[in-house]
Design a protein. Structure first.
Length: 119
């Protein structure tokens, strides 16, 4: 299977575990360290569409400026939340994996197995 991408934070244990599961399946994914190379507004919007979730569903609170920005306020639109994630990539929960079978936030790590081919 080609075109497996992991949006990865190497400092995150869950993200490292998912990357290991992908590699143990014999796949070398494209690794996007989204904190080093932030995603654009359009990339985030596309990923959300593929995942079938809202921006709020992948927002990360712990260790981020979530509270300082007041992101729990329902006044923020979907587009505004995506823009916050583009400006502050740490707000994107991880790891997200995208394959030809779909895209998901892989928490718990074993969730990634649903996106990989059966062997």
């Amino acid at each position: 299977m080609e075109n497996v991408t992991i949006y990865h934070n190497p400092k995150c244990g869950a993200s490292r575990n998912v990357l290991e599961l992908i590699r143990n399946a014999g796949i070398e994914p494209t690794v996007v360290q989204y904190l080093v190379t932030p995603l654009t507004h359009a990339q985030i919007a596309g990923l959300l569409k593929t995942m079938g979730v809202t921006a709020r569903e992948i927002l990360r609170r712990k260790g981020t400026p979530y509270d300082d920005l007041g992101l729990d306020d329902p006044k923020w639109t979907e587009q505004e939340l995506i823009e916050f994630m583009a400006q502050h990539p740490i707000l994107i929960n991880r790891p997200i994996v995208s394959t030809p079978l779909g895209a998901k936030l892989c928490r718990p790590a074993e969730t990634v197995l649903e996106l990989l081919p059966k062997r």
